[in-house]
Write a new protein. Structure first.
Length: 571
């Protein structure tokens, strides 16, 4: 029985209970019917005895010389008409004047007469000459109230049992109906319980709950369970950390969660999702979602059973994306060094050829001019930027721009230092803005990109401003509001497909929000696009080290994106 399912145990327990209840109900009904028959018989006998005792002819006959001669025919007639087993009229000394069996006339009455001699009616069940019977004894009194005789009438217990047994079919019908209805109700409840418990027993349910609860809170991925109505019913500790949930495990509509709109829509829709990337204010999440369908043994029939809800998993790729950005920066620098190596090889051959031709002065002049041109940007960047990651990024981007035939101009103020800002996020901002600008400027007749990094404000309200301008075709006003939407790209579908488009500017927007800054998109005078980023420095009013609010405001003609804007990318 320990291996039986919870539904089977419930059904058998209910069935035993209903059997005991039906048996008890049958006994009670039968006993009640028997008592009712006996009470009805006793009341009828009292009525018969009383009616005979009040008959004046009976009083006159018992005072006559031969009572039996008058009363026996009368008693036999009443017994036959009323269906009474016996009517005995007797004297105060118990001598019978009448009886069903004439041979018993003159013999003493068998039964209690004390109550009747005292002038009171008495009812009892007593075994007389005809066997056990239900009888009533009533005194016959004269006008003075003196007891002159007694009248006893009765019906045998066997005859009363016939009337009692006539109630058995009704009792059996009630018991059988109760048993049938109870068994049917138990079966239906057990069937529903079996579906709800997937046919598992109490031990299996307990073990499953313990295991699943342990898995739920120990798994390193965020896990959310949503019911069929689109309500978040359960989530683990990692999901609460990633989404900033309050930790209160109570059903709440997914559409009301304080999470990005794209993630709210996904949870509320219940659709399948495979490795979808969603951005929060500070994290990059990879989301998978599948409907929760009962396993095959719990299904009935061949039809497709509706999902009970959805199971959603969240993986934090924030650090991975940051590392990817760093790797991309190193790859850019490597490509730039490779191209420079190739170019320097050509220049070295030129110098060697000039020496072989005996033109040593020309060779020296060529080498000096090449060295000055190569070192100028490096010295400018390294002298202005104290962060090696950012300096390496700009050197690599300069080489990349040169290789793609793009004129990259940098204006880096000497006081425009990142300070304690996270260099990884600053690299993400500058690198993605430059990549975006390179792609746009490459299609113009005179490709040009300008990077400006400067300090704004004073020490109390100061911040870092990063401006990237390109000579591309600019952005229509309708696209300026969408350019930071995750997955959005101005590139043609065939160019963007499979190329990782639609995430660069989304990461920029996310990094800016982590700093509490603001980003603005505007048009340049020559028709290109200008991206302006303002980052409050730690310690400045409104900076990350203060209250965490936006440290800059958007100015000029353009579309500003501050905290809470949707994530996305242009490239």
């Amino acid at each position: 029985m320990r291996r039986w399912s919870l539904a089977r145990q419930f059904f058998l327990t209910q069935l035993v209970f209903i059997l005991v209840l039906s048996a008890s109900l049958s006994v009670i009904l039968y006993a009640d019917a028997a008592q009712g028959v006996n009470d009805a018989a006793a009341e009828r006998m009292v009525a018969v005895s009383t009616a005979i005792a009040l008959e004046p002819a009976v009083l006159a006959a018992v005072q006559g010389p031969d009572p039996s001669a008058t009363l026996q025919p009368y008693a036999v007639d009443v017994m036959d008409r009323l269906g009474v087993d016996f009517i005995t009229i007797m004297g105060t000394d118990r001598t019978r004047f009448t009886h069903r069996n004439p041979e018993q006339i003159g013999r003493p009455y068998i039964g209690s007469v004390a109550e009747a001699l005292a002038g009171r009616t008495h009812t009892e069940t007593y075994a007389g000459t005809l066997g056990p019977s239900i009888r009533s004894i009533v005194p016959v009194v004269d006008d003075a109230g003196t007891v002159r005789a007694m009248v006893a009438s009765g019906i045998t217990v066997d005859r009363a049992a016939i009337a009692r047994n006539a109630q058995l079919p009704l009792v059996a019908l009630i018991a059988l109906g109760s048993l049938t209805l109870g068994a049917l109700a138990s079966f239906l409840l057990s069937r529903r319980l079996r579906r709800a418990t997937l046919g598992m027993g109490p031990a299996e349910l307990s073990r499953t709950f313990v295991f699943y609860d342990s898995v739920l809170h120990s798994v390193r991925e965020g896990l959310l369970l949503t019911d069929a109505a689109g309500r978040l019913v359960l989530y683990n500790d990692e999901a609460a950390r990633l989404l900033g949930l309050d930790g209160k495990q109570h059903p709440v509509p997914a559409s009301r969660l304080a999470v990005p709109q794209s993630l709210r829509e996904l949870l509320a829709s219940g659709r399948r999702a495979l490795d979808e990337v969603h951005l929060t204010a500070s994290r990059v999440l990879v989301v998978n979602q599948e409907p929760a369908v009962p396993p095959a043994p719990a299904r009935r029939g061949t039809h497709q059973q509706a999902a009970l809800g959805t199971v959603t998993t969240l993986r934090d790729h924030t650090e991975i994306e940051a590392l990817t950005g760093q790797v991309q920066t190193m790859r850019t620098l490597t490509d730039a060094l490779r191209s420079q190596t190739h170019e320097h090889a050509n220049r070295l051959h030129t110098i060697v050829s000039l020496v072989e031709l005996g033109r040593n002065a020309d060779a020296l002049e060529f080498a000096t001019r090449d060295l000055q041109q190569s070192q100028r940007l490096t010295d400018e960047v390294v002298g202005a930027i104290d962060e090696p990651f950012i300096a390496a990024l700009l050197v690599g981007k300069a080489a990349q721009a040169n290789e793609r035939g793009i004129e990259l101009t940098t204006h880096i103020a000497t006081d425009a230092q990142a300070g304690s800002l996270n260099p990884v996020d600053v690299v993400t901002i500058i690198g993605n803005l430059l990549d975006n600008a390179f792609d746009e400027a490459a299609a113009s007749p005179a490709p040009r990109v300008v990077l400006t990094v400067r300090r704004t404000g004073g020490d109390a309200t100061g911040g870092l401003e990063i401006v990237v301008e390109d000579s591309g075709n600019g952005l229509p006003d309708s696209e300026k509001a969408k350019v930071f939407a995750f997955g959005y790209s101005t590139k043609a579908p065939d160019a963007a497909e499979g190329s990782g488009r639609g995430i660069g500017l989304a990461l920029v927007r996310q990094a800016v929000e982590r700093f509490g800054g603001a980003i603005e998109v505007a048009d340049t005078d020559d028709g290109g696009a200008r991206f302006s980023v303002r980052l409050p420095l730690p310690g400045a009013a409104g900076g990350p080290g203060q209250d965490g609010t936006s440290g800059g405001t958007s100015t000029g003609n353009g579309s500003a994106v501050a905290l809470g804007a949707e994530g996305g990318a242009r490239s």
